[in-house]
Design a protein around this ligand. Structure first.
Ligand code: CDP
Length: 253
């Protein structure tokens, strides 16, 4: 099943336009947003929560990563927003909700693992700062939520820009040293040895760029529940999340 496609639609016929308008009024039933800096535990929490609630997990970082990979492969100038917008139109991007993860394809090729590359990660900031690309991805994220009805979505701007009326919003934090240690563990587990200090520097550079860009910056929504996961095990952090969800969403009791 294809969850979303970023290829622009051909000029819509009148009935198609009517249908699109009707779809736009369809609301998702449950949207839980989890925003926070790199390696703060967003993906793990979003996955566990989605599984527990029978909702669909949406990894919006994977979308920014996929556009970055396509742009790098096309050798476009990453600072040129016009060219980046064309990359989005030129390729077909599919994001498919699979059990516990999101499969990502570019023109039919599975790039779910390729988009995690360290060098690529450092280049995502150009795509994340391009307003026109962001606007297109925001549209797709909302369409994904309408289609799947119940979603747990994670990123940087989910509670602030994409889903300001979300059912529950979380903002996750953790100290930079701990986040670097977690990311190293992930890389070690994949057999990719990496230097802890370099990982920490890369994470801090990404935090600065995410916090300071003009569009969709990393920021806690005023009504977000803040959870600091420093020193918490995955189970402990998950319990805090469940506790808040049960408190705010009686129907999940
Ligand atoms: O997993 P990690 O936190 O390292 O990264 P990610 O969530 O996959 O996001 C990669 C990058 O995409 C981030 O550093 C942001 O620059 C960008 N991003 C964004 O701008 N907006 C989002 N909603 C999600 C990610």
């Amino acid at each position: 099943m294809i969850a979303s496609s970023m290829r622009p639609s051909k000029a819509a016929s009148a009935p198609a336009r009517t249908k699109k308008r009707a779809d736009e009024f369809l609301m998702a039933e449950l949207v839980i947003t989890i925003d926070g800096p790199a390696a703060s535990g967003k993906s793990t929490m979003a996955r566990l929560l989605a599984e527990r609630l029978g909702a669909t997990f949406l990894d919006t970082g994977a979308m920014y990563r996929a556009v970055t990979l396509a742009a790098v492969r096309d050798h476009v100038e990453l600072r040129d927003e016009e060219q980046l917008a064309r990359v989005v139109e030129r390729h077909r991007f599919d994001f498919e909700a699979a059990r516990g993860k999101m499969l990502v394809r570019i023109d039919g090729e599975d790039v779910t693992e390729a988009i995690r590359d360290n060098e690529l990660t450092a280049q995502v900031r150009y795509i994340a700062s391009a307003g026109r690309v962001r606007a297109r991805l925001v549209e797709m994220q909302r369409a994904f939520a309408r289609k799947h009805r119940q979603v747990v979505t994670e990123g940087r701007d989910q509670g602030t820009v994409v889903f300001p009326d979300a059912t529950i919003k979380f903002f996750l934090t953790a100290g930079a040293a701990e986040r670097a240690r977690r990311r190293k563990e992930e890389l070690d587990a994949k057999g990719l040895p990496a230097d802890l200090e370099q990982i920490r520097e890369a994470i801090e550079a990404r935090d600065r760029s995410d916090e300071n860009r003009a569009v969709g910056p990393l920021k806690a929504a005023p009504d977000a529940i803040r959870v600091d996961t420093t020193g918490l095990s995955i189970e402990e952090a998950a319990e805090r999340f469940y506790h808040h969800v049960e408190e705010r969403c009686p129907r999940n009791r």
